[in-house]
Design a protein around this ligand. Structure first.
Ligand code: ZN
Length: 431
């Protein structure tokens, strides 16, 4: 089972100065900044998922994640060179392209045509190209539970997705594209996912992506997946779009899954309140030391005269100093913890993370973690503060997630039907 990580241009500056909180003077982002597969030395994923909307911007305007110069460089060099995917270990990472259907999910029809999406795949040189789809949001165990208009919308979206998949595959054949076509199955129930899968198989797809799973609960995902697995033809592999960690672990029990993508290990590093620092023996809470000028609540309290700015700064700096001393064995755990709590008291009135912090300090992941990010940047990775630290922790999370995935696969959590032969056939379709 291959893990694809959706690109959102989340690199780190390896020369960032944590003492001065500043970028290097001569930093050239494109040249110096590192992707997770570079910073970690050993790539945590097997490939990147590259969305057209991330690169070219949303269809209704508004900025994409890429500057014009980055876009031009990507199209000129191709994704392989742009992302520096050729690995020293001789195991190149792959690129899967998709359209980014979330960006136009509210439209009644996809604003992107098959032709322009295929031009994007050819332009950036993907290994896999996903057909244009329209997300169905919702799940029902019985169609009778749905309002007639809701059911009609679901059906229409699935039909649009299947029609676009047919056009996509026809063009792919006519133009003899070198990348693997991936047909998308959208559905709203176990039965409807199974029908979509059957239809795509009849068209000739050997690789099928199950869409619309991101918003579903784990039992719903499993229901859809097992129904899809029952109609799966030999040699057909499934890709799961945007699944979370928990859902994924269960999905490993089989069903023909050959790949999936997920941002959650990375995003949890700065989106989750306390489950933000992956750790094999149970996830930890990162140590919050917000910047005095950037924490809205603290700024508000300073402006209202409730907190003295100099005092806030003093407590903030005491946290950073004591955490670094604790790492070096020059301050006790109690000292580091009391500094964190003293600062927390003035910016976080809702709850205290004292006990979570105690556990993180006791575990000392910055000493024990073998990943290259923790080895290089140590305790800074554990501090919840600013993009440079938080993204590093996201990279660390990816490394821990990848290890857990490899262990699960090695332990035989995935039956033979989802690897071996199938992978060969999916790979063979590319040749
Ligand atoms: Zn680590």
């Amino acid at each position: 089972v291959r893990f694809f990580f959706p690109d959102s241009q989340d690199q780190i500056d390896p020369f960032f100065d944590f003492q001065a909180e500043a970028h290097g003077l001569y930093r050239v982002r494109q040249r110096d900044d590192q992707y997770a597969h570079e910073a970690l030395h050993k790539s945590p994923y097997d490939g990147l998922l590259l969305s057209k909307v991330i690169v070219d911007g949303p269809p209704h305007g508004g900025g994409g994640k890429y500057t014009l110069a980055q876009r031009q460089r990507l199209y000129r060099q191709g994704a392989r060179a742009f992302f520096r995917l050729e690995r020293p270990d001789g195991h190149p990472l792959e690129i899967m392209g998709d359209c980014g259907a979330f960006a136009y999910a509210k439209d009644s029809e996809p604003p992107l045509g098959v032709e322009e999406v295929m031009a994007f795949y050819d332009g950036v040189a993907v290994d896999y190209g996903v057909s244009v789809d329209h997300i169905v949001f919702g799940f029902a165990t019985d169609d009778a539970d749905l309002e007639a208009t809701t059911l009609a919308t679901y059906r229409r979206r699935q039909q649009i997705t299947l029609e676009l998949a047919a056009e996509f595959l026809a063009r792919h054949r006519a133009e003899a594209c070198s990348w693997v076509p991936v047909g998308v199955a959208q559905g709203w129930s176990a039965e409807s996912y199974a029908q979509a899968v059957s239809t795509l198989q009849k068209m000739g797809y050997r690789m099928i992506g199950l869409g619309g799973l991101a918003a579903l609960k784990t039992p719903e995902i499993l229901a859809a997946l097992s129904a899809a697995g029952r109609v799966r033809a030999p040699g057909v592999g499934f890709h799961l779009f945007g699944v979370t960690r928990t859902a994924m672990a269960d999905a490993f029990s089989g069903f023909g899954v050959v790949s999936f993508d997920s941002t959650s290990p990375f995003r949890q590093a700065f989106k989750d309140a306390d489950d933000n620092y992956y750790w094999p023996e149970g996830n930890l809470a990162a140590l919050r030391v917000p910047q005095v000028d950037e924490n809205p609540r603290l700024k508000g309290r300073i402006l209202a005269g409730e907190v003295d700015q100099a005092e806030a700064r003093r407590r903030e700096q005491a946290c950073l100093r004591d955490l670094r001393r604790y790492r070096g064995g020059r301050a006790s755990l109690r000292r580091a913890l009391s500094s964190l709590v003293a600062y927390e008291e003035i910016y976080e009135p809702r709850r205290s993370y004292r006990e979570d912090y105690r556990r993180t300090l006791e575990e000392r992941p910055w000493v024990r973690c073998p990943c290259a990010v923790c080895k290089t940047w140590g305790v800074e990775v554990a501090i919840f503060r600013g993009a440079q630290r938080n993204k590093r922790r996201g990279f660390h999370n990816l490394a821990i997630f990848a290890d857990g995935l490899r262990n699960a696969l090695a332990a035989g959590a995935v039956p033979a039907a989802t690897s071996g032969d199938d992978r060969g056939l999916v790979g063979g379709a590319r040749a």
